[in-house]
Design a protein around this ligand. Structure first.
Ligand SMILES: [Fe+2]
Ligand SMILES: [Fe+2]
Length: 158
C-alpha cells in the first residue's frame, strides 16, 4: 500500500459515514454513534494527512499552493465540526450544518483524489510514497488510541 491508497481507503470510510448520517434523524442513538465515528475519522485523518501528505509538499514549488489550499479546507471542516458539536442534534440547524459538512468533505476529497494525488505522484517516488504511508498509518493508530484528548480543541464541547 502507498500513501494514496491509504488515504483513499479512509476517504471511502468518510464518504460512507456521511452518507449514512444523512439518512438518520433527531437525536437517535444511531445518529450519535455515526457522528462520533465520523468526527473521529475526520480529525485523525486530518492530522495524519497533514503530516505525511501535505507537509512535505509545502516545500515544493509545484504544490505549495495546493497544499495550503487543502489544509485551509481542513480548517473549514474543523469549524463545521465545532459548529455541529455546539448545536442540538434535533434542531434543523444541525441537519443543515451536517449538509454543509457533507458537501465540504465530498468537495475536499475530490480535490485530493482527482487533482493533488496526480501532482504529488510527480513529486514523491514510489519508495517515498510507501514510507509516507507507514508514517500516516502509525500516526493514525496513535491518535485513534488517545482520541479525543489527542486532538486540540476536540474536547471543548460536552
Ligand atoms: Fe484532506
Ligand atoms: Fe484526505
Amino acid at each position: 500500500m502507498n500513501i494514496y491508497e491509504a488515504i483513499k481507503k479512509d476517504h471511502d470510510i468518510q464518504r460512507d459515514l456521511c452518507d449514512k448520517i444523512s439518512k438518520t434523524s433527531g437525536n437517535s442513538s444511531e445518529r450519535k454513534e455515526l457522528w462520533t465515528k465520523l468526527r473521529k475519522e475526520l480529525e485523525v485523518h486530518e492530522v495524519a494527512e497533514e503530516r505525511y501528505f501535505y507537509s512535505p509538499l509545502i516545500e515544493t514549488d509545484s504544490m505549495q499552493e495546493d497544499a495550503r489550499h487543502g489544509m485551509a479546507e481542513h480548517h473549514e471542516i474543523d469549524e463545521l465540526i465545532q459548529e455541529l458539536e455546539a448545536t442540538d442534534m434535533v434542531s434543523p440547524h444541525w441537519l443543515a450544518t451536517m449538509k454543509k459538512l457533507n458537501d465540504k468533505v465530498h468537495h475536499h476529497l475530490k480535490d485530493e483524489e482527482n487533482e493533488f494525488f496526480g501532482k504529488a505522484k510527480k513529486v514523491y517516488s514510489q519508495n517515498k510514497s510507501k514510507e509516507l504511508m507507514e508514517g500516516y498509518e502509525k500516526t493514525k493508530r496513535d491518535y485513534k488510541k488517545d482520541w479525543p484528548n489527542s486532538i486540540p480543541g476536540s474536547d471543548l464541547e460536552s
